[in-house]
Design a protein around this ligand. Structure first.
Ligand SMILES: *Cc1c(COP(=O)(O)O)cnc(C)c1O
Length: 145
């Protein structure tokens, strides 16, 4: 889906493609490592047709110090080894556009089990214009305390 490929461009990152595997059409773990360079920051995996990505990709990411961003737009409700799709990587992204199983016209949901990543998402969502909570040492904290 074009959104998964073009999202990095918004942040001046260059997407590098790797092939899919033929049984599930998700990213092929065997195709990833030759594509990783010193500039690689994350692996974007797309859960497709209700099937989560291969978990061994997490091991590859860990080995190279990369984040796994899971595009769960086509697999909300899917599970792998008892874990919900969208929670398998470092962050999961769900689409709520009109064509999805759960829709609100437009919009989406990001889940992250990491407060720093979650905060970055809250800032990006809000054009980085406001910190959601007063942070220690910030102007907002000084003004609000
Ligand atoms: C629909 C879809 C998206 C993008 O959804 P938007 O909310 O319209 O940006 C991204 N990835 C996949 C796999 C999708 O199916």
């Amino acid at each position: 889906m074009s959104a998964a490929a073009t999202a990095p461009l918004i942040f001046n990152a260059i997407p590098v493609f790797a092939d899919i595997e033929e049984d599930y059409f998700c990213l092929d773990p065997k195709a990833i490592e030759t594509r990783i360079t010193s500039k690689t920051r994350a692996i974007i995996v797309v859960d497709l047709f209700g099937l989560p990505y291969a978990e061994e990709i997490n091991l590859i990411a860990k080995k190279h110090g990369l984040l796994v961003i899971e595009d769960t737009a086509q697999a909300p409700g899917a599970t792998l080894n008892g874990k919900a799709a969208g929670t398998l990587g470092d962050m999961g992204v769900y689409s709520l556009n009109y064509h999805k199983h759960i829709h609100s016209g437009e919009g989406g949901v990001i889940v992250a089990d990491n407060e720093e990543l979650a905060e970055k998402c809250r800032l990006v969502r809000n054009h980085a214009e406001a910190v959601v909570e007063a942070k220690e040492g910030t102007v907002k904290e000084k003004l609000c305390s």
